[in-house]
Design a protein around this ligand. Structure first.
Ligand code: GH3
Ligand code: MG
Ligand code: MG
Ligand code: MG
Length: 302
């Protein structure tokens, strides 16, 4: 059923039908193949669907040339990292040099050997897989497996802009384990780590279900970001998180709140204006968190 699940998507662009047919035939077993017969159609496809992992690009076409398609993709942040392989009859040293200068990863001359095209595509596809993998782990926290601070910072910035432009509400929730120093002191740092893992796995699925992003924000602090939810909805999500952790009754005999692990949560929720920044959002959530701590812990302030 999920036959295509692990296959990379390749976009083949060529204005000669027979080339599309031959290339599709040689690549279709290993890739999800999408074809375009002009530069215009290629750009439409790229920007209207999930991005291709790799592009095989003819140069001479009526309308937008392959060089110009490449330029456009390299100038756009969303598409600048897609590997592009030119496949063309323009085979002078100058042409090939120009192709590489535009950012192509490879340059194949026509007439082409389908088997060699496939071998070269495979090489670049492997590199792309490795790069995607490295990028994905660079956004994860090593201990808990949820997103890390780096991802959190990028995502907050993106969503702040998105909410500003679309007049949507942006909510930031920071939650901090109560008396966690006491936990470590009593059970040891190793157990403390296990506790952080438990808290992360307990909350990440739920946050995902609610279309939020959960990150480990600092040592024993987590943060989540929600877009478009009302104050009431966000408060309810926070309450469910607080309760989930409370109900799991992970022992913390030294806590001054309850003899088990609890969290305090601070929430900032705004429709961003010119004055709103990531920093102001974080400060505002932090202020509420401080208030929750000061007024008894195991509670939410917003
Ligand atoms: P409060 O209720 O005010 O938040 O008190 P607290 O003790 O939780 O806060 P404090 O900031 O005094 O201490 C935080 C503790 O969290 C201290 C530190 O050892 C622990 N901590 C931070 N990161 C980690 C980690 O990665 N692993 C473990 N085991 N402990 C951590
Ligand atoms: Mg052509
Ligand atoms: Mg803390
Ligand atoms: Mg704490």
């Amino acid at each position: 059923m999920h036959k295509n699940h692990n296959k990379q998507k390749i976009l083949i662009v060529d204005d000669t039908k027979i080339n599309l047919a031959i290339l599709t035939d040689v690549l279709k077993d290993d890739y999800v193949v999408v074809t375009a017969s002009s530069g215009e159609q290629a750009l439409d496809l790229i920007f209207s669907d999930t991005l291709p992992d790799i592009i095989l690009l003819d140069v001479v076409m009526t309308g937008i040339s392959g060089y110009d398609v490449c330029k456009k993709l390299k100038d756009t942040p969303l598409t600048k990292n897609i590997p592009i392989i030119f496949i063309t009859g323009k085979i002078s040293v100058e042409d090939e040099t120009y192709g590489f200068k535009l950012g192509a990863v490879d340059y194949i001359s026509k007439p082409f050997s389908p088997v060699i095209v496939k071998a070269r595509v495979n090489t670049h596809s492997e590199l792309k897989k490795h790069r995607d993998y490295l990028e994905s782990i660079s956004y994860l926290d090593g201990l808990t497996g949820v997103f890390n601070r780096r991802k959190f910072d990028e995502y907050l910035w993106e969503q702040l802009n998105y909410c500003f432009n679309t007049n949507r509400k942006l909510s930031l929730m920071i939650f901090d384990i109560d008396h966690f120093k006491a936990y470590n002191d009593l059970y040891g740092h190793e157990e403390g780590d296990q506790c952080l893992k438990k808290i992360a796995s307990m909350t990440s699925e739920y946050t995902c279900e609610k279309k939020g992003l959960l990150a480990r924000y600092g040592g024993e602090e987590f943060a989540s970001i929600f877009v478009g939810d009302s104050n009431e909805e966000v408060f309810e999500i926070a309450e469910n998180i607080r309760k989930k952790i409370y109900d799991s009754k992970i022992p913390n005999e030294n806590s001054l709140v309850e003899p088990f692990v609890t969290v305090s949560i601070g929430i900032a929720s705004v429709i961003p204006t010119q004055e709103t920044s990531c920093k102001s959002m974080i400060e505002s959530a932090d202020k509420q968190l401080y208030l929750a701590k000061k007024t008894g812990r195991n509670k939410i302030c917003m």
